[in-house]
Every structure is written in structure tokens, then in C-alpha cells.
Design a protein around this ligand. Structure first.
Ligand code: MN
Length: 252
């Protein structure tokens, strides 16, 4: 492929991924999550950039510690962004359809090079994950409300059973991966994916639209919790942003 053709393709991709250029990931982005490319958070000289956290690095204390958040966001997530830019820059295939949104990449996840698949997944999953947490320093009761709460109770019989099922999915995912609450054909389901896969990918182990996501890679908890993934999962419920999850659910 010629350089000019590659530039053309890349610019086309970035235009469609730049819905939130320059803005933080907050409630504003939650309103736009139904358009999958819209929270890639734009471009900086023709590249994907790291989204700004919608809270301070220490906001999720004491449940998720500041040092973990700094490294997770500024090192790990940044690396997914950088490697996604590299992978897209070197991509010469024709499988990804225009306009190139996250979904158009995930639609052909099984056909594209692993670095492109993994880093697109990594950038998407983390961008979503940050919006699904919020400060709760006083550890106030933190439960879903409204239609999502009703659907969880209707689907899983009770919030406690839902939580236990989700915890099992997150705990039992062997090695690195993610646990998900997702919508498959309008029905709430719980599952997990390995590595940086997600339910939007064409050949993922589970298929649907994300409502809630939990990173269970060791880098998400090891500094504070060491090998105790179950303790991290239990504490994470205190900082779940149910408003974002509820918006994702309602937009289905
Ligand atoms: Mn992570």
C-alpha cells in the first residue's frame, strides 16, 4: 500500500473515532456510549490518545489504590493506545470496513493480526472500565436502580445471586481476562473473556453488548491485593458506577 493510501485510510478511521476528541470520560461520554467508536477519545496529530480519567487517581481509594490506578491508566492503558496506533499504522489488510469504528475492528477480530485485535480490545475495554467506576470514599451502599435493577432481579432472581454469579465468572477466569454483564438479544447474561477480548468481537467466547466490565488481569489488583483476586472483586462493587451501567443497559 502506498503511503498516501495508508494516510487516507488512517485519517478516515480516526475521523470516525473522534467523537469525544479532547474531552474527559465522564457522564458526557456515558451518554454517547451507544456509538461504539465515540469514546475512543479522539486524535492527537492523527493518533489515538489516552482518555483522561473521569476522576482523580486516588478517587477509588480505599478500594482501588492510587498507585495501581496511576500505573494501570498511565502505563498499561497508554501501552494499548501506543501499540494500537502502531498496529493500525502497519495494517495493510482490507477486512476492516469503513467507517472504521471499534465495532468495525471487532467485527473482523478473527481475521486481523493479533496485535491489532489485542490492542484495540485493550483500548476499548479500559476506556469503558474507567467510566464504570466512581468515588465512594464513605462506602455508602452501592446498588443499581431503575430499569437495570429491575432487569437484574428479573433475570437472576435477586441482586445477591447476580453478584455471586458475576463474582464466580471473575474469579474462575483462568489467567488474564475480563468479567462481563452483557446483553445478548436483549437478555442480561454474565460471562468472561480471556486476554483483551470482549463480547463485541466476532469470535469471542461470549457475544453481546457490554453493560458492566471488570478487569481481572493481575495488573489491575496485584499491588494492593497480591494473589487475592477474590478480595479485589468483592471490594470493586463499592465503586461500580451503576449510572453508566444503567445507561448502557437502556441503550441496549
Ligand atoms: Mn487492565
Amino acid at each position: 500500500m502506498s503511503d498516501s493510501r495508508r494516510d487516507f485510510l488512517r485519517k478516515g478511521a480516526l475521523l470516525s473515532l473522534s467523537g469525544l476528541a479532547g474531552s474527559a470520560l465522564g457522564n458526557e461520554s456515558a451518554e454517547k456510549l451507544e456509538t461504539l467508536g465515540s469514546f475512543a477519545n479522539g486524535t492527537d496529530g492523527g493518533k489515538f490518545t489516552l482518555p483522561v480519567l473521569p476522576y482523580a487517581y486516588d478517587a477509588l481509594e480505599p478500594f482501588i489504590d492510587q498507585q495501581t490506578m496511576v500505573i494501570h491508566h498511565s502505563k498499561h492503558h497508554q501501552a494499548y493506545v501506543d501499540n494500537l496506533n502502531k498496529a493500525l499504522n502497519g495494517y495493510t489488510g482490507k477486512d476492516i470496513k469503513s467507517p472504521q469504528t471499534f465495532q468495525s475492528i471487532f467485527d473482523v477480530a478473527s481475521k486481523i493480526p493479533a496485535p491489532l485485535r489485542n490492542n484495540a480490545g485493550g483500548h476499548y475495554n479500559h476506556s469503558l472500565f474507567w467510566t464504570l467506576m466512581k468515588e465512594n470514599k464513605d462506602n455508602k451502599p452501592n446498588l443499581p436502580t431503575g430499569k437495570l435493577a429491575d432487569a437484574i432481579t428479573a433475570t437472576f432472581k435477586s441482586f445477591d445471586i447476580f453478584q455471586k454469579t458475576f463474582n464466580e465468572a471473575a474469579t474462575k477466569r483462568f489467567g488474564s481476562g475480563w468479567a462481563w454483564l452483557y446483553l445478548e438479544d436483549g437478555k442480561l447474561k454474565i460471562g468472561s473473556t480471556p486476554n483483551q477480548d470482549n463480547p463485541l468481537m466476532d469470535n469471542a467466547e461470549i457475544k453481546g453488548k457490554p453493560v458492566l466490565a471488570l478487569d481481572v488481569w493481575e495488573h489491575a489488583y496485584y499491588l494492593k491485593y497480591q494473589n487475592k483476586r477474590a478480595d479485589y472483586i468483592n471490594n470493586w462493587w463499592s465503586v461500580v458506577n451503576w449510572e453508566t451501567a444503567g445507561n448502557l443497559f437502556q441503550k441496549g
